[in-house]
Design a protein around this ligand. Structure first.
Ligand SMILES: Nc1ncnc2c1ncn2[C@@H]1O[C@H](COP(=O)(O)OP(=O)(O)OP(=O)(O)O)[C@@H](O)[C@H]1O
Length: 339
């Protein structure tokens, strides 16, 4: 990378002391987020995701380590500087956190007023934000009159009201149905592209990561197990935990009776981008004098990158199969023996 990270998390740990024990919620975590990233943190419940993301806007403080945003150590911010920093870092939540006694307009105007804005400036800005999230006709509605997706749109408008440069999303789509989730993710992607908005998103949903994150960290028991570009993470996860967590095995699992009847060598192939079609396999197999049976296959798309998944039975002489596998690997096909 040729530019400086917008967020630098350096050896951050967060512990909670209770009467009987110390809970190490985040353990020595380090990562960088670059401007324009949609950075996903995925992990199961209790992995420490919420605690970690809350340190990014000073809702929680590290017990050890350091967080720099735009080169500033945010631990040292206080008073007006801390307030100004918080305006730069908006946050949205699973349960939306809207004030139920306030209208949509008032929910958004509130944070503009907290930043010292008044009068027509507030009115114009709320109108602009509502148009941005597609809710211009809902200014006078109360949260109870909105669907979950509409509530989250208000949450997004409020989070960005003071021209936030960073948006933190804490399970922002976990309470929404799949279709509404897709529309909120689409909105986040648009905001990311239009304003170069940097997004740090925590989720336990693999599909959310696949749909919009360009980079992802897998978290377990307070630690980052693996971090990579999303496509690379799904194409070739390095850690067994990641393989299992991302359901890489399950997504190409064969029924037991099919597996039992396999006579040849069983391999899983992952083809990347321009190789995401079958000709590579056909040609290489012909050259190596190996025949094959495709037992399972699908192509996934990550933005404009394609990842082909195939489970194949290879039939032929052992040395020919070895030759075929070598040839596939030369074509950047990831080959795993799963027999
Ligand atoms: N304020 C707190 N006091 C004590 N323990 C806490 C506190 N906040 C979080 N924890 C503990 O820290 C650990 C990590 O929790 P955290 O909420 O960060 O995980 P998570 O990955 O976000 O999970 P979830 O999706 O369930 O919220 C858990 O064991 C949790 O009980």
């Amino acid at each position: 990378m040729d530019h400086n990270p917008l967020i630098q998390v350096k050896n951050v740990s967060v512990s909670f002391e209770s009467k009987h024990q110390t809970i190490d919620a985040v353990k020595n975590v380090s990562f960088d987020v670059y401007e324009g990233d949609i950075f996903g943190i995925i992990g199961s419940s209790g992995a420490g995701k919420s605690t970690l993301v809350r340190t990014l806007n000073c809702l929680a403080y590290p017990t050890a380590g350091q967080i720099l945003v735009n080169g500033t150590d945010i631990r040292h911010l206080s008073g007006r500087d801390l307030q100004a920093f918080r305006f730069q870092v908006g946050m949205i939540f699973q349960n939306f956190n809207l004030a139920s006694s306030k209208t949509v307009y008032e929910n958004i105007a509130f944070v503009l007023k907290a930043a010292g804005k008044r009068g027509q400036v507030v009115k114009d800005k709320v109108a602009e934000l509502l148009a941005l999230v597609g809710l211009s006709d809902k200014a006078n509605a109360y949260p109870a009159e909105l669907s979950g997706g509409q509530k989250q749109r208000v949450g997004i408008a409020r989070a960005l009201a003071n021209d936030a440069k960073i948006l933190l999303c804490d399970e922002a789509t976990s309470a929404l149905d799949p279709q509404t989730t897709a529309s909120i993710l689409e909105l986040l992607k648009q905001l990311n592209q239009k304003f170069k908005l940097t997004i740090v998103l925590i989720t336990h949903e693999i599909d959310v990561v696949k749909k919009i994150c360009n980079r992802v960290a897998v978290m377990s028991k307070g630690e980052i197990v693996e971090l990579n570009h999303t496509f690379a993470m799904f194409a070739s996860p390095q850690k067994q935990f990641t393989q299992a967590f991302l359901n890489i095995d399950e997504s190409t699992a064969l029924p037991a009776n099919v597996k039992k009847s396999v006579k040849g060598k069983l391999v899983r192939l992952r083809y990347i981008n321009e190789n995401a079609t079958q000709p590579v396999l056909h040609e290489s197999a012909m050259q190596a004098n190996v025949t094959f049976n495709i037992l399972h296959g699908f192509i996934e798309y990550f933005n404009d990158q394609a990842l082909g998944n195939l489970v194949v039975e290879l039939i032929g002489e052992n040395e020919n199969i070895i030759m075929l596998i070598a040839s596939l690997r030369k074509h950047d096909v990831i080959v795993e023996d799963i027999s």
